[in-house]
Write a protein that binds this ligand. Structure first.
Ligand SMILES: [Zn+2]
Length: 108
């Protein structure tokens, strides 16, 4: 039986591709987005390592920081579901999904 276990260890779980939690694109530049902005977390006494992060492409993250204040993000939009429920986010995601991945998206 030990032999079978050796065989199993050859099998490497394929890594799921990293896709943006908002637009679902496999973007070349993914960042760990803190669902609670770091500055807000500190104010609320949350340790940096305890703030949940999600994979987000640079375009979506740029959009969020441009569109919402840190307080809004920390208090109302601190889950992916809450973000996707916002009309502004839905509109942006629809738009950004049509943009070529290779081209940097300017959100400013
Ligand atoms: Zn995205």
């Amino acid at each position: 039986m030990a032999r079978k276990r050796d065989m199993d260890s050859w099998y490497v779980e394929p890594k799921p591709p990293e896709v943006c939690v908002l637009c679902g694109r496999e973007a070349p530049s993914m960042t760990d987005h803190h669902l609670v902005p770091k500055s807000q977390g500190r104010r609320q006494g949350v340790k940096l390592g305890e703030i949940p992060t999600v994979k987000m492409c640079a375009a979506c993250q740029g959009f969020l920081t441009k569109t919402f204040s840190n307080a809004e993000l920390a208090n109302e939009l601190n889950t992916v579901d809450a973000l996707l429920a916002r009309e502004e986010v839905q509109k942006f995601v629809k738009w950004v999904q049509k943009q070529p991945l290779t081209k940097g998206v300017r959100v400013h």
